[in-house]
Design a protein around this ligand. Structure first.
Ligand code: PEP
Ligand code: MG
Length: 572
């Protein structure tokens, strides 16, 4: 048995065979064949096989995407069966006795070159589609398996270098029991998605793709970050027992779905969910969230090659506001950094995380920002809307963003459109904003602390880097002081503070944040019930003393962690 350790990114135990999601070598030979007619028959058979695969992918995609979005697979089918393409491949096989894979590659390359050279964006896209389809067909002709999460037919643990958010979104959680990757961090987007889909995951193992072969038996422990490769029966049994224990614990949590989040001495806080799309609303309800504390709207922009229209955004915001019983905090576009947008090409920057990101980009592209704000304000009549700007660093930036909202509101009202009451707030994720929160609190309606970025910027440590992951220190006294300062600033002005970074859902953060007076905890829906159980067992008065002790007396994160463990018995 080999053991690989990574970062535990999504809890739970997975026991299944490995499925490696890496690209096989698709180099083709120029070998000729003796029987051209037989080779043409092979080609036809492989086209049929590929057709079935694309249909399977489409079906799987329909679980996560709309009919319209899944229509790209219909385009793939017509390319596959295009008589021009098939005709040229067959002519080549017959004329040159070339093997089918090489003939296909030649013809597909010509098609791709022609489409790529066209000015029209529609045809340029077709080039990408031809490449996609021909690669799939070529893999089948070579007898190689192209990895695709949607083609998985049995229970597996996925092993990959990394998973893109769209890879992750396509996973069928009934079959994909877990995944382990070489890179990533606890707050990388695939990790966040894994938690919201309740798929156990271990990331940042550095070596998992080297250590594992397809069909190896894998035990993945998303609670500790351990991945065991080909363990013996006794170890598997031990982990089966651990998995059953975990399932029983989860069943107990389900009894708290309708309970209030209140401390033993009567201090009430709000536990709300982070969401990425209307698909997450079911999990919001199932996990007893009292609202939405962060809707990451960038997923709306990332799933298409075109910017989402005002109308399509309006429908999404309306659906969410109508579907949630409680406050809904919608974050305006936060793109840049690790999140790129096909429809909004951006100049390469030396330090994208320190560059034109989030609200900064919205100032650069006020046209795009205004479309989002129009859709949001129009949807305000359907629920308790809170609009939140990401990455605000200065008071002037907030004023500038608010002025744009005011102008969009005036524009809508002039058109006779009704706009209901809403709140306007900012994320506190840049240290400058936390330090100046006393002034910002006079102008905003609320704060929400984005610890994922606040920690990255406070420690000057890239949140995507596995090597310096040790600097992800939510419990460092420096962070606790910034959080305390932010909460105190808001309360002094009669405003409220939430937290929507991953820290809000961490077990040991429960006593700390409760004690600091945090009003709203926003996290992956699947973390809510466990956090509710912890908070209901804590005394607010005791936690206040504990939190101040951690902020004022401790020197290191380890000391804070030890103090919390010693005084509450909570550990991670
Ligand atoms: C954060 O930075 O804490 C946050 C919630 O935003 P994101 O993770 O989307 O950057
Ligand atoms: Mg952020």
């Amino acid at each position: 048995m080999t053991k690989v350790k990574g970062i535990a990114a999504s809890s739970g135990i997975a026991i299944a065979k490995a499925y490696k999601l890496d690209m096989p070598d698709l180099t083709v030979s120029r070998d000729t064949v003796e029987d051209a007619a037989a080779e043409v028959a092979v080609y036809d058979a492989k086209v049929a096989e590929t057709r079935e695969e694309i249909l399977t992918i489409k079906e799987a995609a329909l679980k996560n995407l709309s009919e319209e979005e899944a229509a790209v697979f219909d385009a793939h089918l017509s390319i596959l069966e295009d008589p021009e393409l098939a005709g040229q491949v067959k002519d080549k096989i017959n004329a040159e006795n070339l093997n089918a894979a090489a003939a296909l590659e030649d013809v597909a390359n010509t098609f791709i070159a022609i489409f790529s050279s066209m000015e029209d964006a529609y045809f340029k896209e077709r080039a990408a589609d031809v490449k996609d389809v021909s690669t799939r067909l070529k893999a089948n002709l070579l007898g190689k398996k192209l990895p695709n999460p949607a083609l998985i037919k049995e229970e597996v643990v996925i092993i990959a270098e990394d998973l893109t958010p769209s890879d992750t979104a396509q996973l069928d959680k009934n079959l994909v029991k877990g995944f382990a990757t070489n890179i990533g961090g606890r707050t990388s987007h695939s990790a966040i998605l894994a938690r919201s889909m309740e798929i156990p995951a271990v990331v940042a193992t550095k070596v998992i793709t080297e250590e594992v072969n397809n069909d190896d038996m894998i035990v993945l422990d998303g609670l500790t970050g351990d991945v065991l490769i080909n363990p013996d029966e006794a170890v598997i049994e031990e982990y089966k027992a651990k998995a059953a224990e975990f399932a029983a614990y989860k069943a107990e949590l389900k009894t708290l779905v309708d309970a209030e989040t209140v401390s033993t001495d009567g201090h009430k806080v709000l536990l709300v969910a982070n969401i990425g799309s209307p698909n997450d609303l079911a999990a919001v309800k199932e996990n007893g969230a009292e609202g939405v504390g962060l809707f990451r709207t960038e997923f709306l922009y990332m799933e298409n090659d075109e910017l989402p229209s005002e109308e399509s955004q309006f429908e999404v915001y309306k659906t969410i506001l109508e579907g949630v019983d409680g406050p809904v905090v919608v974050r305006t576009l936060d793109i840049g950094g690790d999140k790129k947008l096909p429809a909004l090409p951006m100049a390469e920057e030396m330090n994208p995380f320190l560059g034109v990101r989030a609200i900064r980009l919205c100032f650069e592209r006020e046209d795009v920002f205004r479309v989002q704000l129009r859709a949001l304000l129009r949807a305000s009549v359907y629920g308790d809307l809170h609009i939140m700007f990401p990455m605000v660093a200065t008071v002037q930036e907030f004023r500038r963003a608010k002025a744009i909202v005011d102008s969009v509101e005036a524009e809508l009202k002039a058109e006779g459109v009704e706009v209901a009451k809403y709140e306007l707030g900012i994320m506190i994720e840049i240290p400058a904003a936390a330090v100046l929160s006393d002034k910002l609190a006079k102008e905003v309606d609320f704060f929400s602390i984005g610890t994922n970025d606040l920690i990255q910027y406070t420690f000057a440590a890239d949140r995507m880097s596995a090597t310096i992951a040790y600097l992800y220190q939510p419990f460092n006294p420096s962070i606790i002081r910034l959080v305390r300062k932010t909460i105190e600033s808001s309360h002094a002005e009669g405003k409220w503070t939430g937290m929507c970074g991953e820290m809000a859902g961490e077990p040991m953060a429960a006593p700390l944040l409760l004690g600091l007076g945090l009003d709203e905890f926003s996290m992956s829906a699947t973390s809510i019930l466990a956090q509710r159980k912890r908070i209901r067992a804590l005394s607010y008065a005791d936690c206040k003393v504990l939190a101040n002790k951690c902020a004022d007396e401790c020197f290191t994160m380890d000391e804070v962690v030890e103090t919390i463990k010693a005084e509450t018995g909570i550990s991670d």
